[in-house]
Ligand binder design. Structure first.
Ligand SMILES: [Zn+2]
Ligand SMILES: [Zn+2]
Length: 216
């Protein structure tokens, strides 16, 4: 069974998540967006050890502290999909655009992710869902056992991800939602969504209808 805790970081109010199996103290850190000291305190309080860093996409608000933790714990950065390579290359420029100081340097993750890859967390598995649109290399992480989706910036409680940022594509976004994300809900079991910003919520038929009507 999967456990998670989140910590909001930076002026972007980005959710960084620690995810672990309930009987295991080995955890993954998803989207460490910035404020490494704040995140360090958060991790210490959980009394877990981080073994991998996972990234949903290459926007600066999700990756700002990734290299810090990779070096500190000597652990790999995994993801996003290689189509976000240009965003990670472009981090110094993203720093300039959003007035982030000190600047975040460009980096290359230790491993890119593809649709269908599986990430093991203790006795649980997170399946990689490639869902471009908000960015070309955006991925989400799906745990079928607990029906939990770590959704990055593809959906939020009352909206969908922006497509007007660097690398956004409205057609791809629509396609990802309809073909990849909505089908995770299957009448009987609503899906718990852990979004990149804002509150955790459930995706059920009512939510899907609302998103269809309002945004698609
Ligand atoms: Zn984003
Ligand atoms: Zn974001």
């Amino acid at each position: 069974m999967l456990n998670f805790k989140s910590q909001v970081v930076t002026n972007f109010h980005e959710n960084s998540y620690c995810i672990w199996s309930y009987n295991n103290t080995k955890a993954i850190l998803v989207d460490p967006g910035g404020e490494p000291k704040k995140l360090l305190k958060f991790i210490k309080n959980l009394k877990i050890s981080i073994t991998k860093i996972l990234l949903t996409h290459g926007h600066i608000d999700h990756v700002g502290a990734a290299v810090f933790f990779s070096k500190l714990y000597r652990i790999p950065i995994i993801g996003p999909h290689i189509h976000d390579n240009f965003l990670l290359n472009n981090l110094p420029n993203q720093s300039k655009i959003f007035n982030i100081y000190p600047k975040i340097s460009a980096f290359v993750p230790h491993r890119w992710l593809s649709d269908g890859d599986e990430i093991v967390v203790g006795s649980s598995v997170l399946k990689v869902i490639y869902c471009p649109g908000h960015s070309p290399g955006h991925i989400a992480l799906w745990n079928i056992e607990k029906k939990i989706l770590i959704s990055g910036d593809i959906i939020f409680k009352y909206s969908i991800g922006r497509t007007d940022l660097l690398g956004g594509n409205t057609k791809q976004m629509k396609n990802s939602l309809i073909k990849k994300i909505f089908p995770l809900f299957n009448k009987s079991d609503r899906v718990k969504i852990l979004p990149g910003h804002g509150e955790t919520f459930f995706m059920d038929q009512e939510y899907i209808d609302f998103i269809h009507k309002t945004f698609l």
